[in-house]
Design a protein around this ligand. Sequence first.
Ligand code: FAD
Length: 353
Amino acid sequence: MPNPSPTDAIVIGAGPVGLWTVFELGLLGMRCTVIDTLSGPGGQCAALYSDKPIYDIPGLPVVTGDGLTQALMRQVKPFDPQFHWQAQVSELQLKDGLWHLCAQATGSKKAGHYAARCVFIAAGVGAFMPKTPSLEGMNDLLGRDIFFEIPPVDRFFDGQQVCVLGGEQEAVDSALALLDAPCRLDITLMHRRDVFRADAATLARLERAKSEGRIRCQVGQPTRLLMGNSAKQSLTGLEIDTPHAGLGSLSCQILLIAQGLSPKLGPLSTWGLQMSRKQLVVEPATCATSASGIFAVGDIVDYPGKKKLIVSGFHEATQAAFAAASILRPQDNGPLQYTTSSTLLQKRLGILE
Ligand code: FAD
């Protein structure tokens, strides 16, 4: 791995507990880099229940998943964490007293390298990754002909055939959004069933676009990528399995996969940390894992009596941040300070100059 300039701490996961870890570390004077596979903060709160109410956050009688995420983002702002989105931490290695991480960009082959003295794993139920069909050779075309998000407009040309794969809100929204592309695209929305699940207004827009011949709907599933013979090996279409006509083909130069997200534990289980039933085993008082300098907090951890609740994760983040500070800044190990009265903490929060 290359040698990036080190930061105090890297937090893997920007769910509610990862964000609270950033806050506690910030109060203790430590700078953080945060890496998440999602395209923004919130973890499960954002990906699974953004508009649903949560009733058990202390001091907030009711708050939505999005509301809590936004409030936490406001709280960490004074500490200016460096966020890296759509990147999955795939490797973790100790080199010369520093933890080195490699993070793989989702949807392309790019990788980022980071180093820190401490790592906080706040990986929740796993890395949220796009659900993908199993198609041989797909990885080679990611970010070129196959995308998980609508590609930049300069990737499109007049008459280009685009296939959007998926049957829920995200897929229908994506197909409709392509109608606004600056050039005229030939759009097919493909789903394994002939029913789409989206809100009524979106479904009405889809029906209108279908009747106007601007979007075609195809029932089927891709079974193979079809590639041109040129040296560039570009996507030319898909072999598809359809319920009534069996195997067929669909021409397309761009495949947009919009089948939603699912959490995957992923490479974390290969990092040599002690695990129990897919959870990281930690010392409850410090949330230290079996490797020195690596802490774990939130839904990913296990210890006797662990509760998978946000409030429990907030407590673990606090314990872990103090434990890390006692390693990284033993000279600062003075009496506990309160944000109400400590000028040091208020300066760190940007309340005092
Ligand atoms: P997560 O929220 O899961 O976030 C983890 C993040 O880490 C994800 O964004 C993931 O993409 C990222 N990640 C993982 N691995 C990697 C990697 N290798 N590289 C990069 N990024 C990675 N709790 C309550 O207390 N009250 C409630 O009312 C409540 N309601 C809920 C309702 C639903 C429907 C669900 C599903 C859960 C609910 N929960 C509730 C549980 C709560 O959401 C979790 O306890 C909380 O989200 C855990 O936070 P976390 O930060 O530990 O993990």
